[in-house]
Design a protein around this ligand. Structure first.
Ligand code: SF4
Length: 214
């Protein structure tokens, strides 16, 4: 199956408008850091707890007591690292960008600057770029590499290679790139799990040869 066909098939089944529940750029950045290795319900629990305690804004988070931050992000797991990463990012934006995340996200080198921060890898940086900044980056997360490989679109587990392939095939269109990511995540959670449910999957026909070969 080629990527265009996969996109069209997914589009018939998933409506991902408003898929990312936060639109404020800083809240998207916080969510992107917290969502590493956890599910979205835990992220929302922590974001709402931070909001309730008045520690969600950049300046408040930068100045927050670390132990309190750790307690609030605990539902997301790896809470010490995540609290540290969030506070580092908040301090960086407060000190270098006047506490305005958009000033950072508008820069041509925004992705590189994000990647220079501790604990922010390509997946988190690209999630911020596309969902917080509306910039055209595909998040080639493990879910995506799994579905793209199983459906025969591209058989690679290399983040950069898969991202570049999708950029070339789909074009640098932030709406299409973010939609593809969201649709694949939904598909990976519902059907294409670690142990795939091919029997019920609507892609079984175009994907069947690949599925049988596994
Ligand atoms: S048919 Fe199976 S392997 Fe292919 S996309 Fe569906 S669940 Fe995944």
């Amino acid at each position: 199956m080629n990527l265009q066909r996969l996109y069209e098939e997914l589009e018939k089944h998933y409506d991902v408008k408003g898929w990312w529940p936060y639109s404020d750029p800083w809240e998207v950045m916080v969510g992107s850091v917290l969502t590493q290795q956890t599910n979205w319900n835990n992220v929302m629990t922590s974001i709402e707890a931070l909001r309730k305690e008045g520690l969600l804004p950049v300046k408040a988070m930068a100045a927050a007591d670390r132990e309190k931050l750790e307690k609030l992000v605990r539902p997301c797991g790896f809470y010490r690292q995540k609290a540290q990463r969030l506070q580092d990012l908040a301090i960086y934006i407060r000190d270098d960008f006047g506490a305005d995340p958009v000033s950072l996200l508008r820069r041509d080198d925004a992705r590189e600057l994000l990647l220079s921060r501790p604990g922010i890898g390509p997946e988190t940086a690209d999630s911020i770029m596309v969902f917080a900044a509306g910039r055209p980056y595909f998040v080639a997360a493990a879910y995506c590499r799994r579905v793209l490989s199983r459906t025969g679109v591209i058989n690679s587990d290399d983040y950069g290679e898969v991202q570049e392939f999708v950029h070339q095939q789909l074009g640098r269109d932030s709406v299409r790139l973010s939609s593809l990511y969201a649709m694949i995540v939904e598909h990976a959670k519902r059907y294409c799990l670690a142990r795939p449910n091919c029997r019920d999957c609507f892609l079984a026909e175009p994907c069947s040869l690949i599925a049988r070969e596994r």
